[in-house]
Design a binder for this molecule. Sequence first.
Ligand code: 13P
Length: 347
Amino acid sequence: MNKQRLIDCAQTLVAGDRGVLAMDESTGTCNKRFAKLGIPQTPDARRAYRDMIVTTPRLGESISGAILYDETIRQQTLAGIPFAQALEAAGIVPGIKVDAGAKALAAHPGELVTEGLDGLRERLAEYASMGARFAKWRAVITIGAGIPSRGCTLANAHALARYAGLCQEAGLVPIVEPEVLMDGDHDLARCADVTAKTLHAVFCALNEQRVLLEGMLLKPNMVLPGLTAAEQGSVDQVADATVHCFLRNVPAAVPGIVFLSGGQSAELASARLNTMNLRFAGRLPWALAFSFARAIQQPALDIWRGVATNVPAAQQALGHRADCNRLARRGRYDPNTDAAVVAVPGH
Ligand code: 13P
């Protein structure tokens, strides 16, 4: 294992004010999003959509890395360049989702465990040969009556740690993603408690599997009240609860925390990230960045709708969201300006 290369790559992904773009929706998830908008659910449509994203002008100014899906890393842009190569040319590090999805956990009703360890060593070697320099594995933790169970938390933490160890062996930086879902009516304190216990289990497992913390990134949920909770909390309350939870549970050796958006609106995700960076400037041991999928892509997808003539407007919307999150990393995002830009036709 070349430790310095892993450390350099992890640091590159969170250096300055850039962040990661997740564009690794599985075929099923991508098709569901396309179906809602009447877009054909074909390999060509998915390729055209990913082409729109990757060829967005100046994307590399705000985006340091992009996570691809197995289908996409094997495809080429409309100009005939493999996607991983097109990203490199744009100054963006190519990454790859390597989990096989979350499945029902035996004897744990309502809980999931992520699969994909079998054959992972061989798959990582292939992805590395195709140009991937980092990887992602998502574990899902559900909050509900009596859950998450310890069994579910430990099973997912163990799988994340096994995955991370294999990635580092293959020379890929692992993005470790334990996602506590937003679904439910639980309050902010309950999400903080579950997120803390999850992170504790994940870092115990990472240490047991001898994962180099300096050569990985953490991709967690923000600490949020459930989507249907009566009290949604202010942006300041969410920022404080989130940062306090991570200060207690994420070792300082980890170079960066790159949040998932998890179904928050694009504007709220930017505002909350901005407030964390503003309120805790100079007091954090790790970079606080982003690895959003929906909070960067959704406005662009709504404009694109599978129509080639919509590409420039969709790219403008994508670039705008990427820029907003870049500003949020510096604590300079202004929700009022953002709303004004979105309201201008043609933007
Ligand atoms: P969202 O930002 O849409 O939650 O997606 C991030 C991701 O990569 C989920 O695995």
